[in-house]
Design a binder for this molecule. Structure first.
Ligand SMILES: NC(=O)c1ccc[n+]([C@@H]2O[C@H](COP(=O)([O-])OP(=O)(O)OC[C@H]3O[C@@H](n4cnc5c(N)ncnc54)[C@H](OP(=O)(O)O)[C@@H]3O)[C@@H](O)[C@H]2O)c1
Length: 286
């Protein structure tokens, strides 16, 4: 079997033909259409939180096996896993739990080693959801340490996780990578420029990979939520009062829910013709 690097070189050579080659001889072969997620393994980071847990529930309902991570909150993940394992139709499928601080490359490497050990394979679906955002609005109050920490947890880890996921996805000629970015990537935010920059970086990572790896059978998209309550980040609509995310500023007149993010994530996993897209999930907020 060719290495992941060789496989990628093959793909790139079909994307960028030499000028002497004729159009017909270089017509790139695309991989067969396969939008089935039943039986696939989905790695969801930050499944102990609101949006991650909803994504895990929805992918499980659609037949995927799961590898789920938490960092500091084990209990919500334990509860989620027992809830899912009790559902009918879970026979023959597995859920694994992993403690992982995504800010540390060593922990990400360990996570992938555990995945291979426990599932005998890498992830077919990667939902990069774990994220951090301390609400500091003014640049004057954002310390260099806060900037570094936010960019490390939100952006650097997205790159490392994606890189670790590639060999298996390339070998299978199938993969779905979905990043949970944010409306903040475009500037609108209840948070500061450090958070916006980290999420804009995630969108750039996703779009570049989608353009470069379109023929690989792997898609890269991001879901950019705004004002999703029932999460650790935003408990309820009360927490949004007086901010740009106040429900009175949201055209649909309410906050969003984690399940609505999960709907978009599952749709992206089931739609191989969609890649390089950023789905703004904001109730019309711009
Ligand atoms: N809620 C919103 O309105 C909103 C809007 C835009 C984007 N987002 C994004 O959505 C994603 C999920 O957030 P949420 O709203 O569901 O909030 P949440 O309930 O607080 O969930 C955050 C998740 O990220 C994990 N996490 C945080 N820092 C981590 C680290 N260093 N290493 C590993 N895991 C870490 C948490 O794990 P533990 O709890 O186990 O520590 C938790 O599972 C984040 O990327 C966030 O930026 C949310």
């Amino acid at each position: 079997m060719s290495s992941a690097k060789e496989r990628l070189q093959d793909i790139n050579s079909t994307i960028a033909p030499t000028p002497t080659e004729s159009a017909s001889s270089t017509a790139p072969m695309s991989v067969p259409i396969d939008n089935e997620i039943k039986g696939k393994l989905a790695l969801v980071t930050g499944a102990s939180g609101g949006i991650g847990a909803a994504c895990a529930r929805d992918l499980w309902a659609n037949g995927a096996s799961l590898a789920l991570t938490y960092n500091t909150n084990k209990e919500p993940l334990d509860q989620l896993v027992s809830e899912l394992e009790q559902q009918s139709g879970s026979e023959g499928r597995r859920i694994s739990k992993h403690k992982c601080d995504v800010g540390y490359e060593a922990e990400l490497n360990k996570l992938y080693a555990e995945l291979t050990q426990q599932h005998g394979q890498g992830a077919d679906i990667l939902v990069v959801n774990a994220g951090y955002g301390k609400r500091v609005s003014s640049i004057l109050d954002i310390s260099i340490e806060e900037w570094d920490y936010t960019v490390n947890v939100n952006l650097r880890s997205s790159f490392v996780l994606t890189k670790l996921a590639m060999p298996h996805m390339l070998a299978k000629e199938w993969g779905r990578v979905v990043y949970i970015s944010s409306i903040a990537a475009g500037g609108t935010s209840i948070n500061g420029c450090h958070y916006s920059a980290s999420k804009a970086g995630v969108q750039g990572l996703s779009k570049n990979l989608a353009a470069k790896m379109g023929k690989s059978g792997i898609t890269f998209n991001d879901v950019a939520p705004a004002m999703i309550t029932e999460t650790g980040m935003i408990k309820d609509e009360e927490a949004l009062k007086g901010t740009p995310g106040d429900v009175k500023n949201i055209p649909v007149g309410r906050s969003g829910r984690p399940q609505e993010c999960a709907n978009a994530v599952t749709m992206l996993c089931r739609t191989g013709y969609m890649t390089g897209q950023s789905l703004l999930l904001s109730g019309g907020l711009k």
